[in-house]
Design a protein around this ligand. Sequence first.
Ligand code: GTP
Ligand code: ZN
Length: 350
Amino acid sequence: MSWWSETGVDDDDEPYGDYDESSIRVRPNPKGNRPRTKIRPEHNDAVSGVVLGVDRGRFTVLVDAGGEQERIITSTRARELGKKALVTGDRVRLVGDTSGDQGTLARIVSIDERTSLLRRSADDTDAIERVLVANADQMLIVVAAANPEPRTRLVDRYLVAAFDAGIRPLLCVTKTDLADPSEFLRNFEGLGITIFTGSKEAFPLDEIAEQLISHETVFVGHSGVGKSTLINALVPTADRATGRVNDVTGRGRHTSSSTVSLQYSSPAGTGWVIDTPGVRSFGLGHVNPDNIVRSFTDLAELALECPRGCTHRADAPDCAITEAVREGRLGEVGTVRLDSLHRLLDTFAG
Ligand SMILES: Nc1nc2c(ncn2[C@@H]2O[C@H](COP(=O)(O)OP(=O)(O)OP(=O)(O)O)[C@@H](O)[C@H]2O)c(=O)[nH]1
Ligand SMILES: [Zn+2]
């Protein structure tokens, strides 16, 4: 079950399994500093850049961002990268013709260590991952109040992927002109995440924008939810193609076809908006449940008292989290949060 092949889009990253261990499982770097990658001596003259997009083996790379020589370079990947995944958001070093002049081509020779990595598997039983976006620190999950109908399960899956990657999730419900999302939103009360609601005539753009500044926010959502409409409102230069939802299937036409990084800019500051193709499923075969528990900091503390190997799920014997919450130690909020944790743990446990 691959949403990627459903969309007929396959130019954005590597084929399944086509990268090595060193490119995966990079934990968030709490200090935010980027360790230097070893550069071969012959690449002393390499310039640094950030990958904004990938299209059929060609990488669009921004160099000297915000500087005097800011420019966009088209690049290929050097053979020495081997099978490493190279995705939107990656910080890279380039050699060759890095002028950015029309018709020139640079070569990416190395990838800096990543602060985060958003991944998905083909399906939940598949441990082979595909890298989607590097170095994002936030995920804005876009869901429509109707057309297509909001599905808690898909949002849960995005949440799990975000928590697993150490990325802060935010939720935006669009198309509130069509339906009232209150009941749907009740499912997420226990998570303590920031939620925006609105429609294309009245998005809370200032509030969303405030959350984008100084962050790299990956926007995810099922095709047709209005993600491109929202991105165009936030980044007027983005010109993301918007589609029509098929009235019969409720599906969009997959108008956004590859992952791209767009700069959000306002007098208050700048940030990155990373648009991903509409996704229908999100395989979680690679997820480590410990990372989910860790995202619930209040509950994670209690987990220290759990028996070894505790799954912390509803049926786990002597789970210290469940016991503490039942004793009312975290108040009413504790119950809601524990329910959310159980639901997310169930999400990828099958
Ligand atoms: N009623 C209503 N329609 C909306 C709203 N936002 C977007 N739409 C419509 O929903 C359809 C899909 O919007 P898009 O922005 O293309 O959706 P998307 O999520 O980017 O879809 P893909 O490009 O397929 O990934 C378009 O016809 C939009 O005009 C809204 O707030 N209310
Ligand atoms: Zn436990």
